[in-house]
Design a protein around this ligand. Structure first.
Ligand code: 1CP
Length: 345
């Protein structure tokens, strides 16, 4: 058994062990709100950045250092896995992701090729190994992937969407083809996350960003069985964070699907959500990212409320309820990190 007493607070909190300070990291902590990132992006495209391990390492490590956060997250994107599955992915300027050959008809699911191994994504596993080697031991590295439902939304919609009507209509109209699609995405994601853990990722986050568009009943029928299988296929000794937004009515069903930590957005009260989830899981969240666009006083007031709601229970990881917005002042993010580190109940 490895000696875990000296583990950094983020990993202890993932295991619901007490920590002296509440660990904090922030979704999208590397990105356009940072001048270093914008500077690099003026020279290379987003996909090139993701596919060049040296650059992905630089972006990940610089963001973690600048902010003084308790964990780094691999710089990559949830949609990269769609390429080896046979989808033609582009990040068009100013438009976000576009998939040029989306899954439209049930027969299109046949085009989604099962992945034999994670070899086609070796640029990601190389980045994981390089980032791990570059970070100090006090800063754990989080690997991640998109959850099958959220990936299926992009695969079917062909890009971002407001209501996911095409993806949901596909699911309702042809549940058998939906299950084949979800099964292939689940298999590929399991391979990909295992490869990230092998390369050095010390925790794994599944982003089910858009799952809150489903009713609890439909979540249980169309998503939960796949998520159960996915979590069961992950390495048992690596904490898994199960994140979604708009999930106020889905929390128990998400917990039952898997994950040692549940990611919450700001639409739920953290203490009430944790009461519902019970003591068997940790929680991550849940400051509204828009609060970071306000004043230091308001940021501290709202951060204090989140910390107070988590107080007394080990297993809280401070985060936003969704990613940092591009117009966020870096100083505000740093002030938040310092405030959380200095807070002592
Ligand atoms: O430079 C640029 O213009 C690209 C902007 C960008 C960045 C910085 C995209 C395009 N992706 C990323 C990085 C990224 N994406 C990370 C790594 C770094 C970090 O967190 O510090 C992660 C974890 C993601 C995950 C991701 N990509 C999600 C899940 C999280 C979430 O926000 O819900 C989703 C939905 C995506 C898809 C995606 N990629 C990029 C954009 C703009 C989008 C969203 C498109 C949409 O609105 O549907």
């Amino acid at each position: 058994m490895p000696d875990r007493r000296e583990d950094p607070p983020f990993l202890k909190a993932c295991r619901r062990e007490p920590t002296e300070v509440t660990p904090i990291w922030l979704m999208r902590q590397a990105g356009r709100y940072m001048a270093d990132y914008r500077e690099l992006r003026s020279k290379v495209s987003f996909l090139e950045l993701c596919k060049t391990p040296d650059l992905a390492t630089e972006v990940t490590v610089t963001a973690a250092e600048r902010l003084g956060v308790d964990a780094a997250i691999l710089f990559a994107d949830i949609l990269l896995i769609l390429e080896p599955l046979g989808l033609d992915l582009e990040f068009a300027k100013g438009e976000g992701p576009v998939i040029h050959n989306p899954v439209v008809e049930p027969i299109d699911v046949d085009r989604i090729r099962p992945m034999a191994d994670a070899g086609a994504l070796s640029y990601v596993t190389e980045a994981v190994a390089q980032i791990r080697a570059a970070l100090p031991p006090s800063v754990p590295l989080i690997g991640f992937a998109g959850a099958p439902f959220t990936l299926a939304c992009y695969a079917i919609e062909g890009g971002g969407s407001r209501h996911y009507d095409r993806a949901k209509a596909f699911m309702y109209r042809d549940p058998a083809a939906w299950d084949v699609l979800m099964g292939r995405l689940t298999d590929a994601t399991a391979l990909y996350l295992n490869a990230q853990a092998e390369a050095g990722a010390q925790a794994l986050q599944l982003f089910d960003s858009w799952v809150g568009t489903l009713s609890p009943r439909d979540y249980k029928r169309f998503v939960q069985p796949h998520m159960r299988r996915l979590f069961a296929a992950l390495p048992a000794d690596v904490p898994a964070i199960h994140f979604g937004t708009g999930t106020a009515t889905l929390l128990e069903a998400q917990r039952d699907a898997g994950g040692s930590v549940i990611g919450l957005d700001w639409r739920v009260e953290l203490d009430e959500a944790w009461d519902r989830l019970g003591p068997g899981v940790g929680v991550q969240g849940n400051l509204d990212p828009v609060v970071l666009l306000s004043t230091r006083e308001e940021i501290e007031r709202q951060a204090r409320l989140v910390l107070q709601q988590a107080a007394g229970r080990p297993g809280h990881i401070f985060n936003l309820g969704h990613g940092i917005l591009p117009q966020t002042p870096v100083d505000h993010v740093r002030a938040l990190v310092d405030f959380v580190h200095e807070w002592r109940g």
